[in-house]
Design a binder for this molecule. Structure first.
Ligand code: F6R
Length: 261
């Protein structure tokens, strides 16, 4: 794992740099997108770069991680609507190039299998952007999720529903109870995973992700098994990590290397 501990704005800039580097090599890259607050800075930074003409995302295809079940098609918090509003509209990607799990399917299990096939047919995900829940979830794989899981229906954990009530007028009963989510094994198939976490609320989950044992109790810890993960943290989210000096030095030498070549 590469751990980058940066100041607030630098987190979003570094995340956007990783996407930009990929697009220079592969303008038709397949991106995996998280919703929620964590990636918004990266999406907005990419939007600014698109507006300046320094990066072009028009050739990409994207797949989101998850979708609530039971929200009306035009609900502002339905993740398809969120990602069109917060990402696609900002960076100039057309709606047909944004794939989201089909929450309207009559056969939801079949829709989950189809989503896996769609990702595979697109060539797999080149760069997956992730956030992390306070209980260590990634996508909607809460504690106890199978480490080998693939896209499927899930009941949302109580903690996730409490955390997400802020998007539903702080009313827990308005937060959906179920979702479709990529599984942990689906996420691990991505070629590069970039996880962003900011703030003290995430610090406990972050230390389990980086230093904890690999365990379904803290699902993000499965990322320790992936060969290419970049974790971008602010100081608050990183505060319980051991070895932060090492991470800082390793990250600084990365920048020096980049300057040399
Ligand atoms: C969103 C998702 C979730 C969030 C996580 C953190 O598509 O899959 O795992 O990344 O709940 O949410 P924020 O970033 O709002 O703290």
């Amino acid at each position: 794992m590469e751990i980058a501990i940066l100041n607030d704005n630098a987190c979003a800039r570094f995340g956007a740099d990783l996407v930009e580097d990929l697009l220079q090599r592969k303008p038709t890259a397949v991106l995996g997108l998280a919703t929620g607050a964590s990636p918004l800075g990266v999406y907005r930074e990419l939007g600014r770069r698109v507006a300046k003409g320094t990066v072009n995302l028009s050739g990409i295809t994207a797949f989101t991680l998850d979708e609530y079940l039971g929200l009306p098609a035009d609900h502002p918090e339905r993740y398809r609507n969120v990602i069109l509003r917060e990402f696609a509209n900002l960076v100039g990607v057309s709606a047909e190039n944004i794939h989201t799990p089909d929450d309207s399917a009559t056969d939801l299990d079949a829709a989950c299998e189809q989503y896996e096939r769609d990702i595979a047919r697109a060539g797999g995900i080149d760069l997956q952007i992730l956030g992390i829940g306070t209980d260590g979830h990634i996508a909607f794989n809460g504690p106890g999720s199978s480490l080998g899981s693939r896209t499927r229906l899930k009941a949302l954990s109580k903690q996730t529903r409490i955390d997400n009530a802020r998007y539903f007028d702080d009313a827990l009963d308005k937060v959906p109870t179920h979702c479709i989510t990529q599984g942990l094994a689906t996420i691990l198939d991505a070629r590069h995973i970039v996880l962003l976490a900011e703030g003290v609320r995430k610090a406990r989950a972050v230390v389990q992700l980086v230093d904890g044992p690999v365990s379904a109790r803290w699902p993000a810890s499965i990322l320790q098994m992936h060969p290419r993960v970049t974790v971008i943290l602010d100081q608050s989210a990183a505060q319980y990590l051991r070895d932060t000096d090492y991470y800082q030095r390793a990250f600084a030498s990365r920048a020096e290397r980049a300057a040399q070549f």
